[in-house]
Structures are given as structure tokens and as C-alpha cells.
Design a binder for this molecule. Structure first.
Ligand code: ATP
Ligand code: MG
Length: 411
């Protein structure tokens, strides 16, 4: 039998005109997260009622990885009739562990003939009488909630925190420089938490993307898809870049390569409707991430560069990576990821030096050559299906953009 959940969203984010869009996207994302479990998601007086058919644990995992959910609970929806509400609360109380409880009643519709406190007193008395549990208003082991709305009463006791944030899809698209290390998956996750849809961009050195297909990189994208749904990644070969820059001074090399990655993202962004670039940089974590080298990366960018991890310590980042289940994957060996390493990286590269090298080596043109050799990878979590096509084919087919817009919500 289908299970019903009451799902609340974070009110603070919902000012004015954003609200309907926020709720529409949250509904669509819940449908997507629960796909395969016959979901129904209805809006009811400022909250969502979600029904789904499947193991509780699976349903709850799906809801708790949907950004925009403030909290949720399995619930019974009953008529606005005191005896019916009472019997629903008693049923919950009989199943509940613990010997102390409290009833929290709320009446969002004042036409209901009893005040909140009267409802709570009535229900509390019934629970004491029928189960022998004791009322404890300050430290109850279990709280029975009753929300009386205009159309029904919602009874629940297992309130769980959601991930907060904003629904993925409400804040636009971003190109995420995705290395497969510990940091960039966490950076992608944090931008999803604020409503962005990531397009992962990974640079590889091997002669073909085959080794990358079999590496942790797509596995990380799959892991992140439990938060972001359908995922898109671009695999960019950079062997040509390495050839073109082989005579360059070693200390400049990491900054030059990073500038090249940025320029490639700028070239790709319009095809994906993206309006920012995200990196996993954390201030001074590596020579390439000093304030000066960050400046050399950003100079002249046509898009804002977002660095969600800028001020986090490695230990804090590792903690987040563990919580979102990317840490173990990130530790897997992957030969390609350390391709651009120099023994003497400079910590104070000047932005002009990088810009001069870009012009001298004709890297603007090279960007388009590597884009032509790139591969588009999509992952559909509901079918567990990873597909790849040459990016140039997808670009040729689509004048408007490479990524399809999500379909409208079907009621
Ligand atoms: P870690 O620091 O845990 O090794 P990382 O992902 O931060 O992983 P760094 O070498 O610190 O790797 O790179 C800094 C940032 O540069 C990354 O977070 C990522 O945004 C970008 N980056 C590095 N290498 C690549 C790559 N091969 N493809 C795409 N982006 C990359
Ligand atoms: Mg890093």
C-alpha cells in the first residue's frame, strides 16, 4: 500500500514571485527522485503531500536527498473530525516506542471548532488513558503532531530533517570543472544545494575517453545524480594542448592549463545554457589555488567563477564528501587525473603572463579543436543508463542548445 508523507519546504527562501516556480520545481524533483515507486505529489495549503509505493527506507532516502525539503514525516491524512483524528493518533501511539510523549496541535484553519490547545489536551488525555504513556512537555520521547487544515487533518510523529537548500533547477546551470578528486564533487553538490544544475566538464589526457568511461569519474557523476537527477558531462581531451605547450616554462604550466580549462568552459557554456563556472578550489590548498593564481585564472573571464569550497579546510571538505557518499569513490585510483603536475609550481603567477602565453600559443583556437574532439555523456538514474555521443554531433543537431529542457509537470 502506498505510504503518505507530509513534506515541508524552507519558507525563508520563498519570497514573492519565486514561490510558484520553487514549488513547481520541487514537485518535479520529488517525482523524479521517487520514479519507479508510483509517486503522487500534491500541493496542499503550503505543504506537499507525497505518496509512493516502496520500502520506507528507499522513499525516505529519496525525499531526504531532494534539495528544497526542510523536513518531512510519514503521515496519515484523516477527515477534520475529532474522533477520527483521535483514533489516528491512538494508532500512532500504540506503535510508538518510548514512555513519554507530547501532542503538538496546530490549526491553520480557525473555523475548526476547537482551539489548538483544546485539541492537544483531548488527544493527550486519550493517549494516556489508552497506552499508559506519560505526558512530558519539555523532553518527550515522542511528539504526536496534528495539523488541522482547511481540507483535512494531518497526523504524524516521525519528523525528519531534509537537506534544505533550493530545488535543483531554480538557479540556472553551471559548468563544473570536475577532476574526480575529493573537492570538485563536493563543490558540485554545494551548487546543487543552492538550486544549480551542474554540467560536469572533465579533462583527460589518454588518446581516447575509454579509460575515463571505466574510471571513477562517471561513477562520481552517478553518485551525485541522486541529488541532481539526470546528469550531463563533457569529456575533453587535452593531449593537443599538451603538445602545443610542451616548451613552456614549468612553473607557469599549472596556471596556464587551468586558464585553458576555464576558456574551454566559457566556449561550452552557451551550448548548455550555463551562466557560471564552478571549481573545487580551496584557498591556498595547492600552489594553483593561492590568491594570486586564482586571480590569474579569473582574469578576463566572461562568466562568474564560483568557488563554493574556497574557505573550507580539507578536513571539512572530507567530512562533506563522506556525508554525500563521494569520498570513497574519489579515493579510487585514476591514472589520468594527475597529468599536469610540475615539480616547481609558482605561487604568485601574474595574470598578464598567462594571458600573454594564451595569445602567443594561439590557445583561443585550440579551445575549439579540443571541443570538437569532446564527448557528451548523459546519465539517466531512473533507467541507470549511461550514454555517450561525440559532442560535435549533439551540437550539429541542436542549434538552440545541447541539453533538453525538462518536460512540463504532468498532473
Ligand atoms: P583534490 O584536491 O581532492 O585532489 P581536486 O578536484 O580539488 O581534487 P585539484 O588538483 O586540487 O583537484 O584541482 C583544483 C580544481 O581544478 C578542481 O577542484 C577542479 O575544479 C579543477 N580541475 C583539476 N583537474 C581537472 C580536470 N582534469 N578536469 C576538470 N577539472 C579539473
Ligand atoms: Mg583540490
Amino acid at each position: 500500500m502506498a505510504r503518505v508523507y507530509v513534506v515541508h519546504y524552507a519558507e525563508v527562501a520563498l519570497k514573492g514571485k519565486n514561490r510558484p516556480e520553487f514549488v513547481r520545481t520541487l514537485r518535479r524533483n520529488l517525482y523524479r527522485a521517487l520514479s519507479g515507486m508510483q509517486p503522487q505529489v500534491t500541493l496542499s495549503e503550503g505543504r506537499l503531500l507525497v505518496s509512493a509505493d516502496g520500502p520506507d527506507e528507499k522513499i525516505e532516502r529519496s525525499i531526504s536527498s531532494t534539495f528544497g525539503v526542510a523536513w518531512f514525516s510519514p503521515a496519515s491524512i484523516v477527515e477534520r473530525d475529532l474522533p477520527k483524528i483521535r483514533s489516528s493518533v491512538l494508532q500512532l501511539a500504540r506503535e510508538a516506542a518510548g514512555s513519554t510523549f507530547k501532542v503538538e496541535a496546530r490549526r491553520s484553519d480557525k473555523s475548526f471548532p476547537m482551539k489548538s490547545q483544546e485539541i492537544a489536551a483531548d488527544l493527550g488525555g486519550a493517549v494516556v488513558e489508552q497506552t499508559g504513556k506519560r505526558v512530558d512537555l519539555s523532553h518527550p520521547e515522542v511528539v504526536f503532531h496534528v495539523d488541522v487544515t482547511r481540507s483535512n487533518a494531518i497526523v504524524y510523529s516521525r519528523k525528519q530533517g531534509g537537506p534544505g537548500g533550493l530545488p535543483v533547477g531554480t538557479a540556472g546551470r553551471v559548468m563544473v570543472l570536475f577532476s574526480g578528486g575529493i573537492d570538485s564533487p563536493v563543490a558540485a553538490w554545494l551548487t546543487m544545494k543552492r538550486g544549480c544544475v551542474p554540467v560536469y566538464v572533465h579533462f583527460y589526457l589518454a588518446p581516447s575517453p575509454l579509460a575515463t568511461f571505466e574510471s571513477k569519474v562517471p561513477r562520481l557523476v552517478k553518485a551525485l545524480s541522486s541529488y541532481g537527477g539526470k546528469s550531463t558531462m563533457v569529456l575533453v581531451p587535452f593531449a593537443e594542448y599538451q603538445l602545443a605547450t610542451s616548451g613552456e616554462e614549468g612553473g607557469l604550466e599549472p596556471s596556464l592549463f587551468r586558464r585553458f580549462m576555464r576558456m574551454t568552459c566559457e566556449a561550452l557554456a552557451p551550448w548548455f545554457g550555463a551562466s557560471a563556472i564552478v571549481t573545487g578550489d580551496s584557498l591556498s590548498q595547492a600552489a594553483s589555488q593561492t590568491l594570486w593564481n586564482i586571480g590569474a585564472f579569473d582574469r578576463g573571464s566572461s562568466l562568474p567563477i564560483l568557488r563554493p569550497l574556497l574557505t573550507f579546510d580539507k578536513e571539512e571538505i572530507i567530512g562533506m564528501a563522506r556525508r554525500i557518499s563521494t569520498y570513497d569513490l574519489s579515493l579510487e585510483e585514476y591514472k589520468d587525473c594527475c597529468a599536469i603536475i610540475t615539480r616547481h609550481p609558482r605561487t604568485r603567477v601574474k595574470a598578464e603572463e598567462v594571458s600573454d602565453a594564451v595569445a602567443r600559443l594561439g590557445l583561443e583556437k585550440l579551445v575549439w579543436r579540443v571541443v570538437e574532439g569532446a564527448t557528451l555523456v548523459t546519465y539517466n538514474p531512473s533507467a541507470d543508463e549511461l550514454k555517450s555521443t561525440p559532442l560535435s554531433d549533439a551540437m550539429a543537431k541542436s542549434r538552440a542548445g545541447v541539453v533538453a529542457r525538462p518536460p512540463p509537470l504532468q498532473d
